[in-house]
Each structure stands twice: as C-alpha cells, then as structure tokens.
Design a protein. Structure first.
Length: 137
C-alpha cells in the first residue's frame, strides 16, 4: 500500500496513530539512522520500496491540496510546488534538509530562482492539510 491502508494497518481504533503507522516514512527514518549515506531520494534514486512512487505521491497530494483551495500548480525540475497568491511553495520529502538543499532538491531550488517562500513536506500535506492551509495563509 501507499503508506498505511485500511487493509493492512489502519482501523478506527488506532486512528490517532495513522500518521505514525506510515511504513514508508518509518523505513526512511530507520535508514537515515542506520545508513550513513542514505539520501531519501535526493540522489534521484527512488527505487527502494519506501521511496517508490514518491514523486507521484508528492504530486498527487499537492494536486489534492490545491484543488480545495484554488492554488496554482507549479513544477520545479521534478518536484511539485504551488503558488498561493504571490508566495511559492515547494513540496519536499520530510527528511530533506531545507536549510541546505542538495541533489534534486537543490536543482529544483535553483530552477525556482530562490523564490521559494516555504517548503511543505508530503507527510504534512497528506496527514495535516488543515495545518498546511494555516501555514500558507
């Protein structure tokens, strides 16, 4: 499944923990701790199970978010983003260092011309859209 679906992990009783049951993010965290050169897709390698389809997921959650609020979609290099008024936002992986972009993240920032107002990660877009909306406004 994509993260933690009703067929495998999510049930009503553990609803408050659905975000914590995201197996893809859990594997990424473990790899970040255990593998010194783990890049979480920054090297454009999304072939490991926890990263397969991440760009598509990021684009899908961005599209769902902007659909409800009328924002304009933008893509920087391979990374999805959106324009909300005069502010530009980029969707990133939760483990990427926003203060020191590297790899495909740095390429996307360069393509954006350093005009990014803020970064929003896929975890928050997927699990906390209301919070993201408050951050955008």
């Amino acid at each position: 499944c994509g993260s933690a679906c009703y067929d495998c992990l999510m049930v009503y009783r553990n609803m408050t923990y659905h975000g914590l049951l995201d197996w893809r993010l859990a594997i990424s965290y473990l790899k970040a701790i255990l593998v010194s050169n783990y890049r979480a897709g920054l090297d454009n390698d999304f072939s490991s199970p926890e990263l397969q389809g991440w760009i598509e997921l990021a684009t899908k959650v961005r599209d769902n978010f902007i659909h409800y609020f009328g924002y304009k979609p933008i893509t920087f290099s391979k990374l999805p983003g959106f324009e909300a008024g005069k502010r530009i936002y980029m969707v990133v992986h939760p483990l990427w260092d926003k203060k020191s972009p590297s790899g495909i993240f740095a390429e996307a920032v360069a393509e954006a011309g350093n005009n990014i107002y803020r970064y929003i990660n896929t975890f928050n877009l997927l699990r906390r859209p209301g919070w993201c909306r408050r951050e955008v406004e």
